[in-house]
Design a protein around this ligand. Structure first.
Ligand code: GAR
Length: 206
């Protein structure tokens, strides 16, 4: 009964919401990966804290529900995060992927999604937290750089690592050339890490 089996595997997919602030290329990589029939997750919504985030247009073309919850529309960060949480619950999300979501979420929201919220960061954490990671890597003279997908905890770019990919730092690299090499790695790493979490192969151990 192949039709029944197809239905069962579709319903077993984890429902994933993606949070972005801008370009959304990692979001796009996750959306493309999730098109594979055997991928263990489906993208159920894309939320941005910026109304003009480029990535929203791609999500709309893909017929993925989108939402904007901007800090400026709420009295404070806690209220904005309650609104974000309401959207995520409305989409019945099982997992939340931060993909270039460039604002720190409040501890209450992060704790609610503990073990079910992932982030990608363009460095080999715990090295080079925060912004300008490629400049930071070049300044240290490191031979290697890369990206990390990790579970989100209240601190910035903290939380247990799920998957890292290393890339070489080459002679003559600029922040831009290094960023481009890392971004290719990010697009391969995030879908693999999300699949590991969706299949229960990577778990947040307290
Ligand atoms: C990515 O390089 C991502 O790793 C980084 O922002 C970029 C977003 O690009 N995230 C962080 O620095 C989080 N601390 P994208 O919008 O094209 O995915």
């Amino acid at each position: 009964m192949p039709a029944v089996r197809r239905f069962e595997s579709a319903t077993n997919k984890k429902r994933v919401a993606i949070l972005i602030s801008g370009r959304g290329s990692n979001m796009r990589a996750l959306v493309e990966a999730a098109k594979a029939p055997d991928y263990p997750a489906k993208i159920v919504g894309v939320l941005s804290n910026k109304a003009d985030a480029e990535g929203l247009a791609f999500a709309a073309v893909e017929a993925i529900p989108t939402a904007v919850r901007s800090l400026r529309d709420y009295p404070d960060k806690a209220a904005a995060d309650v609104a974000i949480d309401a959207v995520l619950r409305g989409w019945h999300a099982d997992i939340v992927c931060l993909a270039g979501f460039m604002r720190l979420l409040s501890p209450g929201l992060v704790d609610r999604w503990r073990g079910r919220m992932l982030n990608i960061h363009p460095s080999l954490l715990p090295l080079h937290k925060g912004l300008h990671t490629h400049e930071q890597a070049l300044a240290t003279g490191a031979a290697e750089h890369g990206c990390t997908v990790h579970f989100v905890t209240p601190g910035m770019d903290e939380g247990p690592s799920i998957l890292q990919t290393r890339v070489p730092v080459l002679p003559g690299d600029t922040p831009e050339s290094l960023a481009a090499r890392v971004l290719v790695a990010e697009h391969a790493t995030y879908p693999r890490a999300l699949a590991m979490v969706a299949r229960g192969e990577a778990r947040f151990e307290r």
